[in-house]
Design a protein around this ligand. Structure first.
Ligand SMILES: *[C@@H]1O[C@H](CO)[C@@H](O)[C@H](O)[C@H]1NC(C)=O
Ligand SMILES: *[C@@H]1O[C@H](CO)[C@@H](O)[C@H](O)[C@H]1NC(C)=O
Ligand SMILES: *[C@@H]1O[C@H](CO)[C@@H](O)[C@H](O)[C@H]1NC(C)=O
Ligand SMILES: *[C@@H]1O[C@H](CO)[C@@H](O)[C@H](O)[C@H]1NC(C)=O
Ligand SMILES: *[C@@H]1O[C@H](CO)[C@@H](O)[C@H](O)[C@H]1NC(C)=O
Length: 484
């Protein structure tokens, strides 16, 4: 029974701890996971192997009791054999999962001792071999979602049957005790199904449910400024050969969480099931991030010489012999020589993301206000440029993170306002410099730190593929489970 409990827990743990979920408001998912029969087969195999390993080193507590005038103790119980069941996890349409096994068996050896109670206690002892074989079991697990957006689990049904129980008693009076062999075997055989099923029911309804209640369904990102929310927003769908879970997939400003004024777009249909796990990161994930970033003033940055590579810093000087801002925009160089320019960049509207087959683009519009730091220690305002830029991105998956990199860019720039008179200079040259030397490297640095997918440390991806689909990035992958 202990073994079955462990088996079940292992299965539940493998299947479900691979998902971290959460949910306020939106019922349309921004993120979706598809777990295929391949993943369940893998989970089943891992669970059975883990069980066999655990069982062989498990210690079984001594048992004692009394019957009539006898007191008995069974001690030193140890496993002498284990036959792994032929087991299977399958998807039950509309409900959840079923786990069935046939031909499980276990054999044990133990020491026994019996005392009579009375005037003159008499004590007998010996050893016993016991084996149970041909055990079949079946259970269904009903999966749903609780009000906190975490998955819930309960035991739908359980059945168990025992093939054969065999007991051989050795030691004092063994010829006599073995007379009762058949009776003892029948008693054990009758007791097993109820004990297995109550163990299984408890394992699912209490232990597994408890684990799910403690699932981490949100995570903080980017210096804890943003919260990524993976709560379940809908009941999982069970449609062999796969099950699907639907998640919020929303990013909010951690200190001021606010659902954005738009909803997730439909996630693409994609029938494939040849990998174990499919994840769809909807356009809503980056869109909600950019919304939170914009309304909370995160998309502002002040560029100073120290933000640039050492050999590029001269660009922000107003006086130089080569290429620097003072020469590119002569009005600045003439009015404020020997100064350093600071660029205050500010996104002026929520940046847009377009995800369409094979193509990922982000566009920004913003202002760049220029200020001079003069030798006299004052900081006069110079001018404001307005900019719109489009970035083409490539995306990859590594270490369970989606990483983005800017592969191309285009921009338009204009002068919005000037305090240094009409601007004759080549503002495109200047903008190009800022983009290539500062903005793109900085964004790539962030993009390379990656976006976390909801899998635990025990599970890693292998044989992974990423596709840019309509309104979503899809990651298709097999899994590798390495218990710590
Ligand atoms: C640019 O400014 C820095 C800092 O003031 C200064 O050390 C450097 O000499 C300047 N370079 C030129 C070429 O003026
Ligand atoms: C940045 O742009 C936003 C939106 O246009 C504006 O409200 C905000 O005042 C700007 N901030 C700065 C520092 O220019
Ligand atoms: C990202 O793109 C830049 C060009 O924009 C390239 O130089 C760099 O090697 C790329 N980085 C990665 C990790 O692909
Ligand atoms: C971005 O990608 C689109 C579509 O692939 C292409 O038409 C466009 O020229 C690219 N832009 C840049 C700046 O690379
Ligand atoms: C800059 O602002 C002007 C005036 O609002 C506008 O006409 C122009 O299209 C803008 N340019 C860019 C690149 O945003």
């Amino acid at each position: 029974m202990i073994l079955l409990k462990m088996m079940l827990l292992a299965v539940v743990a493998v299947v479900l701890s691979s998902l971290v979920a959460t949910a306020f408001g939106a019922t349309k998912p921004g993120f979706k996971a598809r777990i295929t029969q391949g993943a369940l087969d893998y989970a089943n195999q891992q669970a059975i192997d883990a069980l066999a390993k655990k069982a062989s080193s498990a210690s079984i507590p001594d048992q004692s009791g009394s019957s009539g005038v006898f007191d008995y103790q069974i001690s030193n119980i140890h496993l002498t054999g284990l036959s792994k069941p032929n087991s299977q996890i399958t998807i039950v349409p509309g409900t959840g999962l079923s786990w069935t096994g046939t031909n499980a068996g276990v054999s044990l050896n133990a020491d026994w001792q019996v005392q009579t109670r009375g005037w003159i206690p008499i004590s007998f002892s010996g050893s016993v071999d016991a084996s149970v074989s041909g055990t079949n079991f079946g259970t269904t697990m009903v999966l749903g979602v609780d009000p906190s957006g975490r998955p819930s689990i309960s035991c739908g049904s359980c059945s168990c049957s025992v093939g054969d129980v065999n007991i051989d008693i050795y030691g004092d009076l063994d010829f006599l005790l073995n007379l009762f062999k058949g009776m003892i075997e029948d008693k054990i055989s009758d007791a097993i199904p109820g004990a297995v099923c109550s163990g299984v029911t408890e394992a699912i309804n209490i232990k597994a449910e408890e684990q799910l209640q403690n699932l981490k369904v949100t995570t903080l990102l980017l210096d804890d400024k943003f919260r990524l929310d993976y709560r379940f927003v809908l009941t999982p769908a069970f449609q062999p050969p796969y099950m699907e879970t639907f998640h919020q997939g929303e990013m909010t400003w951690a200190k001021n969480p606010k659902t954005p004024p738009f909803s997730p777009l439909p996630l693409p249909d994609y029938p494939s099931t040849d990998r174990m796990l499919y994840l769809w990161v909807g356009q809503y994930v980056p869109e909600s991030f950019l919304y939170a970033a914009q309304v909370n003033g995160f998309l502002q940055y002040s560029v100073n010489p120290s933000d640039l590579p050492q050999d590029q810093r001269v660009f922000l000087n107003t006086t130089c012999t080569g290429i620097c801002i003072g020469n590119v925009i002569p009005a600045i160089g003439q009015k404020y020589p020997n100064s350093i320019v600071e660029l205050r960049m500010n996104s002026t509207s929520v940046p847009k993301v377009v995800i369409s087959p094979g193509d990922l683009e982000a566009s920004f519009t913003g202002d760049i206000a220029l200020y001079a730091h003069t030798p006299q220690g004052v900081v006069p305002y110079l001018l404001t440029l307005n900019v719109s830029a489009i970035f083409n991105m490539t995306v990859t998956v590594s270490n369970q993170l989606i990483k983005g990199n800017i592969s191309g860019s285009s921009f338009q720039v204009g002068v919005l306002d000037s305090a240094v008179g009409p601007i004759q200079g080549n503002i495109n040259l200047m903008m190009n410099f800022v983009l290539k030397r500062f903005i793109i490297p900085k964004l790539n640095e962030k993009g390379n730190s990656g976006f976390p997918l909801p899998v635990t440390g025990d599970i890693s991806f292998t044989n992974t593929q990423l596709q840019i689909q309509q309104n979503a990035l899809m990651v298709a992958t097999d899994l590798l489970y390495t218990p710590h």
